[in-house]
Design a protein. Structure first.
Length: 278
């Protein structure tokens, strides 16, 4: 099965146009969107405005893509810049049959391969916290400063870092309760594994998840697809790394051109190629 994977458009409509052109050329069987595909939302109603934009973008774009690529299947995960109301909106698009939202509660099979999605991430300096958790329960509370907001009663409400992160289960606990699907399977996880070639920020270093890395090493999917750290390919010169024998792939992203990968699930190492990097 031929897969196209990309992530982190943050509402950039030019990127959606570029993706359409890539799909026309590559003709994949499955397109996977790796989270953070929409803008954060307007100041008046961030969750509501993002949810509306997500529904409209996905409905319009997927219809166009499937017209260009007959038989195309589309799947996605959420990211740390997505609101809970956006997840509900994406599930509404899923109900129309246009795509599949991958999550850890519902392993999904396509083309003889199972897929498991996961979209919680370790803390970031960004203000939106719905899908951010401590990586491990004993991690210190981050002090990023500035206002933090999370969804409460359907609205974006201010939260304090200690109250938010101590009130949520850490990634290691959540991932520890997830059973992998039957082989062969692919892990689609917004956050990359810690201390690899796919989780580096320039002049900062690795910012990925230790819990994600342990999950990959323990359960050994056929491959793992990640986003989140846009700059990692520039920082390391690589968009893939080996973690316990598992290819972990993060195409990165930019504003000027589309960063995406295409590969065949039966021959990942031989067929994997990037739209920018050799």
């Amino acid at each position: 099965m031929r897969i196209c994977f990309t992530s982190d458009f943050h509402g950039d409509l030019d990127q959606y146009e570029r993706l359409g052109a890539l799909l026309r050329t590559e003709q994949p069987d499955l397109l996977i969107l790796g989270g953070d595909m929409f803008a954060d939302g307007d100041d008046a109603d961030p969750p509501g405005s993002q949810a509306v934009a997500a529904r409209d973008i996905l409905t319009t774009r997927i219809d166009a893509w499937k017209h260009m690529v007959p038989g195309l299947t589309v799947a996605c995960v959420m990211g740390n810049h997505d609101w809970l109301r956006t997840e509900a909106a994406v599930r509404g698009v899923e109900d129309t049959g246009r795509l599949r939202l991958l999550d850890p509660r519902r392993p999904w099979s396509c083309g003889g391969v199972h897929f498991l999605g996961f979209y919680l991430t370790p803390p970031t300096p960004h203000w939106l916290k719905d899908y951010e958790r401590l990586d491990r329960a004993d991690d210190p509370i981050p002090d990023f400063g500035g206002e933090l907001r999370a969804t409460q009663d359907g609205e974006a409400a201010p939260v304090d870092a200690a109250g938010w992160f101590r009130g949520q289960p850490a990634l290691e606990r959540v991932l520890g309760g997830i059973a992998p699907p039957p082989a062969p399977w692919v892990f689609v996880c917004h956050a990359p594994p810690f201390d690899t070639k796919v989780d580096r920020l320039p002049e900062v270093g690795p910012i990925g998840s230790r819990a994600v890395r342990r999950f990959i090493e323990t359960h050994r999917p056929r491959c793992a697809l990640h986003g989140h750290v846009h700059e990692s390919p520039e920082a390391t010169g690589a968009y893939a790394d080996d973690v316990g024998g598992v290819p972990c792939i993060n195409p990165g992203q930019s504003h000027e051109t589309l960063y995406a990968v295409v590969f065949d699930t039966d021959r990942i190492s031989e067929t994997l190629h990037h739209t920018v990097f050799a």
